[in-house]
Design a protein around this ligand. Structure first.
Ligand SMILES: NC(=O)c1ccc[n+]([C@@H]2O[C@H](COP(=O)([O-])OP(=O)(O)OC[C@H]3O[C@@H](n4cnc5c(N)ncnc54)[C@H](O)[C@@H]3O)[C@@H](O)[C@H]2O)c1
Length: 385
C-alpha cells in the first residue's frame, strides 16, 4: 500500500498526513478549502523545521516527508490510493456524499476510512456500493503525538479490510485497539464519567473545581483534573461529545450531560481558548486554591474512579473490546495512569461493587447501577488479570 489519500487538511487530516508520510508513504492531501490546504502545507513546513532544529528529525528525513506529501485540488488524483482516510467536517450528509463520490474514482480494492469521532461507520458506509471496504480509523489529537488509534469495523466491513487496516496503522508505530461501531467507541465513551461525575460532585455542593482537580491528581495520579482537562479540550467540544454519546445511547443515565457545562457552553466560556471556562485564564487572575482535606479528596477520587471502572467493566461485558484493548485505550488515548480494569483488580472488585451499591441505594438512580459483569465477578471471586 504505497499511496495514501487524506481528505480534509484541518487539525486531524494534516496530522494524519504527517504520520503517513513519515512512515514512508506517498501521501496525497485534499481539502475543498484552498486556504485550509495552503495553511496545512505551511504548517507542515514549520513543524518539520522545528523538529530538525530540536534534532528530533534529520534534515534528510524532513526532506523526504515533504517530498512524500502532495497537496491536491482534485479528487481524481486519488485514483491509485490503497487507503483513503477522511477527516472532514463532522456532518453525516457531507461525509456520505464524499464517500459516494470517492467510490466512483478509486479502485475496487481501495479501503475507505473515516476519522469520525461520533458518527456511525454503518451510516457512512451506507452511501457506498461496496460497504465492506469502509472502516473507522480514529486518531487522537494531535495525531503525530498521540499513540492510540481506534480501529472500528462497521456491521458490513470485511474482516480482511479490518485486519489490513490495523496491520498498516501498527506499522506506522501507533498502538491500535479494535472496537465496535458504538457511540464514542472506547475512549469517548469510557471517559465520560471522568467529567460527568466530577461535575455532579460540584453540583451537589461537595467541593469546588480546584478541590476536585486536586483530589483526582493527588489520589488518582491523573496528569490533569477533570475541570482543567475540560477547559483544555474546550467546553464546546466536550459538551457536544457528551450530548451526542448520551442521545445516541438512547438517553442512558450514566452519560447524562450537565446543566453546569451546558451553561458554560451557551455563555461561550469554552476554557483556555476563550480565556475563561471553569477557571479564569485572564492575566493577573489568581487560580483558586483547593481545600486539601484528605477525607474529602479520597471520597472524590473513589467516587469518580468507581464510575470509570464500572463503565469499563460494562464495556467489556457488552464486548466493545478485549480487556487488554480497553486498558490500552485509556492509557494511550487519554494518558490515564493505569488501565481501568487493572485498577479495578488493585482496588478490589468487591470494594468497587460496594461503593457503587451504596450510591445506587442512596440515589435510586440507574446511573449508579453496577454492571452485571462486576456483580458476577464479585460473586465468583474473580479478577481481570
Ligand atoms: N479535533 C479533534 O480533536 C478530533 C479528534 C479525533 C477525530 N476528529 C474528527 O476528525 C474530523 C476532522 O476534524 P478536525 O478537528 O480536523 O476538523 P477541522 O475543522 O480542523 O478540519 C476539517 C477540514 O475539512 C475540510 N472540509 C470540510 N468539508 C469538506 C469536504 N466536503 N471535502 C473536503 N474537505 C472538506 C475543511 O475545509 C477543513 O479544513 C471530524 O470528523 C472529527 O470528528 C477530531
Amino acid at each position: 500500500m504505497k499511496q495514501i489519500g487524506i481528505i480534509g487538511s484541518g487539525a486531524m487530516g494534516a496530522g494524519i498526513a504527517q504520520v503517513a508520510a513519515t512512515a514512508g508513504h506517498h501521501v496525497i492531501v485534499y481539502d475543498n478549502n484552498q486556504t485550509a490546504l495552503g495553511q496545512a502545507k505551511t504548517n507542515l513546513d514549520a513543524t518539520l523545521k522545528k523538529l530538525v532544529e530540536k534534532q528530533k528529525l534529520t534534515d534528510e528525513k524532513a526532506k523526504s516527508i515533504l517530498s512524500n506529501t502532495q497537496f491536491a485540488n482534485d479528487l481524481n488524483q486519488f485514483k491509485n490510493c490503497g487507503l483513503i482516510i477522511e477527516a472532514i467536517i463532522e456532518n453525516i450528509d457531507v461525509k456520505q456524499k464524499l464517500f459516494s463520490d470517492l467510490e466512483a474514482i478509486v479502485s475496487a480494492t481501495c479501503i475507505l476510512a473515516s476519522n469520525t469521532s461520533s458518527l456511525s461507520i454503518a451510516s457512512i458506509a451506507s452511501a457506498c456500493k461496496k460497504a465492506e471496504r469502509v472502516i473507522g480509523i480514529h486518531f487522537f489529537n494531535p495525531a503525530p503525538l498521540m499513540p492510540l488509534v481506534e480501529i472500528i469495523p462497521g456491521i458490513l466491513t470485511d474482516e480482511n479490510v479490518a485486519n489490513d487496516a490495523r496491520a498498516l496503522i501498527d506499522s506506522w508505530g501507533k498502538v491500535t485497539v479494535l472496537t465496535k461501531d458504538t457511540p464514542g467507541f472506547i475512549v469517548n465513551r469510557v471517559a465520560r464519567s471522568f467529567y460527568g461525575e466530577a461535575i455532579r460532585i460540584y453540583e451537589e455542593g461537595m467541593a469546588d473545581f480546584s478541590t476536585i482537580d486536586w483530589a483526582m491528581k493527588t489520589y488518582g495520579g491523573f496528569k490533569m483534573g477533570p475541570f482543567e482537562l475540560m477547559d483544555f479540550i474546550g467546553n464546546d467540544i466536550n459538551y457536544k461529545v457528551t450530548e451526542s454519546v448520551w442521545t445516541q445511547f438512547f438517553f442512558e443515565p450514566r452519560f447524562k450531560p450537565s446543566l453546569t457545562q451546558k451553561r458554560l457552553y451557551e455563555a461561550k466560556l469554552f476554557g483556555r481558548k476563550s480565556g475563561r471556562g471553569y477557571y479564569n485564564y485572564a492575566e493577573g487572575t489568581a487560580m483558586p486554591q483547593p481545600k486539601q482535606d484528605e477525607e474529602l479528596g479520597k471520597y472524590i477520587f473513589n467516587r469518580v474512579i468507581t464510575m470509570l471502572i464500572n463503565e469499563a467493566i460494562d464495556s467489556l461485558y457488552l464486548q466493545l473490546a478485549t480487556k487488554e484493548d480497553l486498558d490500552l485505550a485509556m492509557t494511550k488515548g487519554v494518558n490515564y495512569p493505569k488501565g481501568l480494569l487493572k485498577w479495578a483488580d488493585e482496588i478490589g472488585l468487591k470494594n468497587v461493587y460496594t461503593s457503587l451499591d451504596v450510591m445506587y441505594e442512596l440515589y435510586n438512580e440507574d446511573r449508579y447501577r453496577p454492571s452485571i459483569l462486576l456483580k458476577m465477578m464479585v460473586r465468583d471471586e474473580k479478577k481481570f488479570y
